[in-house]
Design a protein around this ligand. Structure first.
Ligand SMILES: [Zn+2]
Length: 368
């Protein structure tokens, strides 16, 4: 039913969105932390470069939009929607509650609050970041940013948000760097945990975007808050170092020479919920916008999208056909980034979601 509806109305979304993890920072280190995949190609001002056809939004406006989206999650809202979300949770073995701590958008808001403390524009991040003076080894990952940017341009992909705190932390632990943040009112704060919680708002965080409809052509459509909130839960998941890392693991990572090798050898993809390149045949093939491990950022994003779609279909918004079709497409998009079997996740065969976080680095791998 969903697929038919999609085939019927939405042929494809223009400006396919790409959510980057801190891995974008790892990619960007060769040319400086802020000149990475965080910025869209062919633009000097990321805040002024929305998907083609959509009205521009300033960085300050995108920040207000984040806060208004978070605020919406905390409101009681439509009771029929809330009930439908609880019903979704029950019929899916309580998976929404297991991930977010309870069957409501307010629980998902708490989940975000625990993991992201600061939502910054690119300029604010630049001002706050105190980069380490140490340099990564010259022969570490040698791909340049331009290669990733080229792929993103080819696919018309754009960054919605980046969990920069996780990226900075990962660099600190891999190379013994001392990146810190100059937080207004708090002074210099060392980045000692992926849960420092800093999200950079990317150029793709927009109130509207173009979609191509089969019979109506391209239309710029105002998206629902749910559409953007999934990005916030996604980025929040990147703050979790699930399962931790060890010194032995870091020794392996220090020896990688390419991004591909990094993705293959990074010992615990669940620490920072690192993405891998999407496979051949995927709309984002060759771009790190897919998850190879269970219960990563895209799985969490997919469960949020499914739950909120169920909600949307039951309340006052049920009659908004366009909004529902876009929400259905977003569910398919999120699951398409999850390379493990959905059935394996929902049946528990691939394990229950581990929502804990480990800050410290062990000496040795526990499984050795
Ligand atoms: Zn991500």
């Amino acid at each position: 039913m969903v697929a038919n509806l999609l085939e019927d109305i939405v042929v494809r979304a223009l400006g396919f969105s790409f959510k980057s993890s801190g891995l974008a920072l790892v990619l960007g280190m060769a040319v400086g932390l802020l000149t990475c995949a965080c910025q869209p190609p062919k633009s000097s001002n990321p805040a002024q470069a929305p998907f083609s056809g959509a009205p521009p939004i300033t960085a300050a406006d995108s920040k207000s939009l984040v806060h208004s989206d978070l605020n919406e999650m905390a409101q009681p809202g439509d009771e029929r929607e809330a009930e439908a979300l609880r019903a979704y949770d029950q019929s899916h073995g309580g998976i929404f509650s297991q991930i977010f701590g309870g069957p409501s958008k307010a629980h998902a808001k708490n989940f975000i609050d625990e993991r992201i403390k600061y939502f910054l524009t690119p300029e604010e991040l630049k001002a706050w970041q105190v980069p380490s003076l140490q340099k990564q080894p010259q022969n570490w990952i040698t791909e340049s940013d331009s290669e990733t940017e080229k792929k993103m341009t080819e696919k018309n992909a754009q960054v919605i948000a980046v969990n920069s705190g996780m990226g900075l932390w990962l660099e600190n632990v891999i190379f013994g760097f001392n990146h810190a943040l100059e937080i207004p009112g708090r002074g210099l704060v060392p980045v000692e945990s992926s849960r420092i919680g800093v999200m950079m708002i990317g150029p793709g965080y927009q109130p509207s975007r173009p979609f191509e409809f089969k019979n109506e052509g391209v239309k710029v459509v105002a998206t629902q808050p749910d559409y953007r909130q999934r990005t916030l839960v996604h980025e929040a998941r990147h703050s979790d170092c699930t399962g931790g890392l060890s010194e032995d693991d870091l020794t392996i990572v220090r020896k990688v020479r390419s991004l591909k090798e990094f993705m293959e050898r990074y010992p615990n993809l669940a620490c920072g919920h690192i993405h891998v390149n999407c496979p051949e045949g995927h709309p984002l093939a060759g771009i790190p916008a897919c998850d190879r491990h269970p219960w990563g950022a895209y799985s969490v994003d997919a469960i949020y999208s499914e739950g909120t779609l169920a909600a949307m279909s039951a309340g006052n918004r049920a009659g908004d056909h366009t909004a529902r079709v876009i929400a259905e497409m977003q569910v398919l998009d999120s699951w398409s980034r999850v390379l493990v079997k959905k059935e394996g996740l929902l049946s528990g065969r691939l394990g229950q979601p581990d929502m804990t976080h480990v800050d410290s680095i062990r000496k040795h791998r526990t499984n050795d």
